[in-house]
Design a protein. Sequence first.
Length: 159
Amino acid sequence: MRLSSMGDYAVVTMTAAAQRCGRLRVSAQQLADETGLPTPTVQKLVSKLSAAGLLRAVRGAGGGLTLARPAATISLADIIEAVEGPIAMVACSDRHPAGRQECSLESACSVRPHWPLVDAALRGALAGISLSQLAGHDRPAPAPARPSFVDAPTIGIEA
C-alpha cells in the first residue's frame, strides 16, 4: 500500500500547521514556504482540509489558518481520509473512495468478506497516531521489545 502524493503532502502540511498554529495563525503561502510544496498545491490541500473540519480559515486583519480542533484530537487517519476518502485496501471494498467496484472474481472470492476487517485494522492503526505526535508535541511511546532468538536459552542435546 502506498499513500498518494496528495495524501503525503496533506500530512506534511498539517504537521507544519500544527507546529505553528499553537502560537499564531499561518497563511497557505507560509505553509508552502516552510514545507517546500508549491503554493497552488497547499491552497488545494487547505481547501480539502478545511472542508473536512481539520483547518479553519480566519479572514481579515490578523487572519490566517488555524487548526479547527486540538492537534491531539486530529489523527493521521483523519488527515488521509480528508484527501483520499475512506481508507480501503481493495476496489471491491464498500469503503473504497471510488465507490464499490465490481470484480470478475467476486462470485468465487472467499477473501472479500474479510476486507472490511483489514480496512478497519489499518484505519485503527492510523487513527492511533495523532497530529501532536507528528508535530513533535508528544513523544511516541516506545515500541514494545520484540523477543530475540539470540537471547533465548539454549537447550543442550546429548547424543
